[in-house]
Design a protein around this ligand. Structure first.
Ligand SMILES: [Fe+2]
Ligand SMILES: [Fe+2]
Length: 256
């Protein structure tokens, strides 16, 4: 007997009514009657949390002793370890941001060529930039931020290639974003949604870095970080406007 078709998946394969019913029945038959008791698993996790080592450490010379020797404590405030760790985190994030935009630009170009991208707004102050050149500009700014932070790290006596603990955590947290954008099946809207998560995190990260530099009383760093934060503000507004435009697109396309 020919199964009754109830819809299509992305590849156009039919999903039958019988298949849906079988899944619902299996769910009813095998689902546990009561919510599982996770008390033992939680107790185990608590033991692991208390016994685990930390994710990593700040490499020398960013130890208090090293700082005092080099005189860097004067320009890094009372939490130099935190400032260095957060600069390391932003280095990791801006590097990933550059790669995210590389992947997004490729997807945008492929879908545009296929004629599947509806109109998207361009930033008001971008004087004639189209979406493609806006994407290239944002990508270039992410890369500039990465290079600037590497210079700052070196000027403070740190190693920009070292993975600080927060850099390690940030890299792990952003792995899913990269998977979304590089997945050939995701639409431009879905990819932009991942970029929105990245830009929101990026903005909050720069705000914190500016606050840490202010706390350290390092005016030069504050100004450099504020310039980057202003660009990140604009990235966020732009990406948000693109997500809204694609959500409001009249029909489902390969882009939306
Ligand atoms: Fe960024
Ligand atoms: Fe950004």
């Amino acid at each position: 007997m020919q199964p009754t078709t109830t819809g299509e998946n992305r590849t156009g394969a039919a999903v039958s009514e019988e298949g849906v019913q079988a899944m619902l029945q299996a769910n009813e038959r095998w689902a546990p009657a009561e919510a599982p008791d996770t008390t033992l698993a939680q107790a185990d996790r608590c033991v692991f949390i208390m016994e685990a080592d930390s994710v990593g450490s700040i490499p020398p010379p960013v130890t208090i002793q090293g700082m005092l020797k080099t005189g860097l404590d004067k320009i890094m405030g009372h939490r130099p370890d935190m400032l260095m760790d957060k600069i390391g985190e932003r280095i990791a994030f801006e590097r990933t941001g550059t790669r995210l935009y590389d992947a997004l630009i490729l997807k945008y170009e492929a879908l545009t060529e296929a004629g599947g991208v509806p109109a998207m707004p361009v930033p008001l102050d971008a004087s004639g930039d189209d979406v493609a050149s806006t994407l290239q500009r944002i990508r270039a700014e992410e890369h500039e931020h990465f290079l600037m932070l590497c210079d700052v790290m070196r000027s403070l006596g740190g190693d920009p290639t070292a993975q600080t603990p927060c850099a390690d955590v940030a890299a792990t947290a952003s792995m899913g974003l990269m998977q979304v954008v590089t997945d050939p099946r995701t639409t431009l809207a879905q990819s932009l949604n991942a970029m929105l998560t990245a830009e929101l995190t990026d903005n909050a990260g720069w705000e914190l870095l500016v606050a840490l530099a202010e706390d350290a009383g390092n005016t030069e760093l504050v100004q450099q970080f504020q310039r980057a934060m202003a660009e990140e503000d604009e990235h966020l507004i732009t990406v948000k406007s693109w997500v809204s435009a694609l959500a409001a697109a009249p029909a489902t396309t390969v882009a939306a």
